[in-house]
Design a protein around this ligand. Structure first.
Ligand code: PXP
Length: 260
């Protein structure tokens, strides 16, 4: 299983002081030496963490392929086309959200996504769509002609966190707040089943399948066991652990969990 390490949260820490420390660029060699297969970053419209200059430096210096997450927003897509990362992952973006809260509406935004895909293809950038694990989203993605889909694992991860800590991970899970443990187990099973079904279906249509969001050292193993998923993109839990263990151990511990 391939591991993409999302280093946005290093820039989150830097932005807490608006200085140049810690520099996300310093993470590249450590991630590569510790078993990461890819670097993932998200250039958000509000530039709350990664800035244009970070993206430029990371893409030009990275020893690993860079997966640049971005919204379907013309000014951002122009930057992506000029930076030419290995891959662009199209994600939905809301300014008020704490993190990417759901998958792209690939059916509702079909035409604007198609225009964006055409631009990226002209620039020879591999394309992934970050979608909810549903058959409808996968069918639309396949029609859109992308190579990859990344399945949003947030519902599974939030329910898992609630089951094991009795605290919601984010407001995603608020509708499940009053559920009993048994009901939560059923919901985790359903959320997991949806990921398994979506991954198998996407693979059967010839798509490459990645997954991510909210994955951590506790909840990742069942996702690793889905053999139609070939890549995980994980950020927050790795950078959070690195505060205590150092980045090298945090990445290699996660890479060990990603072995099948
Ligand atoms: N994949 C995508 C498409 C994302 O938007 C994010 C969050 O930026 C991640 C993976 C990583 O999520 P997390 O930081 O919760 O591991």
């Amino acid at each position: 299983m391939t591991l993409g390490v999302n280093i946005d949260h290093i820039a989150v820490l830097r932005e807490a002081r608006k200085i140049n420390d810690p520099d996300p660029l310093m993470a590249l060699a450590i991630c590569a030496q510790s078993g990461a297969d890819q670097i993932t970053i998200h250039l958000r419209e509000d530039r709350r963490h990664i800035h244009d200059e970070d993206a430029r430096r990371i893409i030009s210096a990275s020893p690993l392929p860079v997966n640049l997450e971005c919204a379907i927003e013309p000014s951002i897509i122009n930057i992506v086309c000029s930076l030419k990362p290995h891959r662009a992952t199209l994600v939905p973006e809301k300014r008020e959200e704490v993190t990417t809260e759901g998958g792209l509406d690939v059916i509702g935004n079909y035409n604007s996504i198609l225009n964006t895909i055409n631009l990226l293809k002209e620039n020879e950038i591999e394309i992934s769509l970050f979608i909810d694990p549903t058959r409808e989203a996968i069918e639309a993605s396949e029609r859109l002609g992308v190579q990859w889909v990344e399945l949003h694992t947030g519902s599974y991860a939030n329910l898992y966190a609630m089951r094991h800590s009795a605290l919601p991970h984010t407001h995603h899970a608020i509708s499940a707040l009053n559920l009993s443990r048994r009901e939560l187990d059923d919901k985790i099973e359903q959320a997991y089943g949806a990921i398994v079904d979506a991954a198998n279906y996407a693979r059967s249509l010839g798509l490459k399948v990645a997954a991510g969001h909210g994955l951590n050292y506790q909840n990742v193993t069942p996702i690793v066991n889905i053999d139609t998923i070939e890549e995980l993109n994980i950020g927050q839990s790795i950078i959070a652990r690195s505060v205590f263990t150092g980045l090298s151990s945090a990445v290699s511990d996660m890479k060990a969990l990603c072995q099948r």
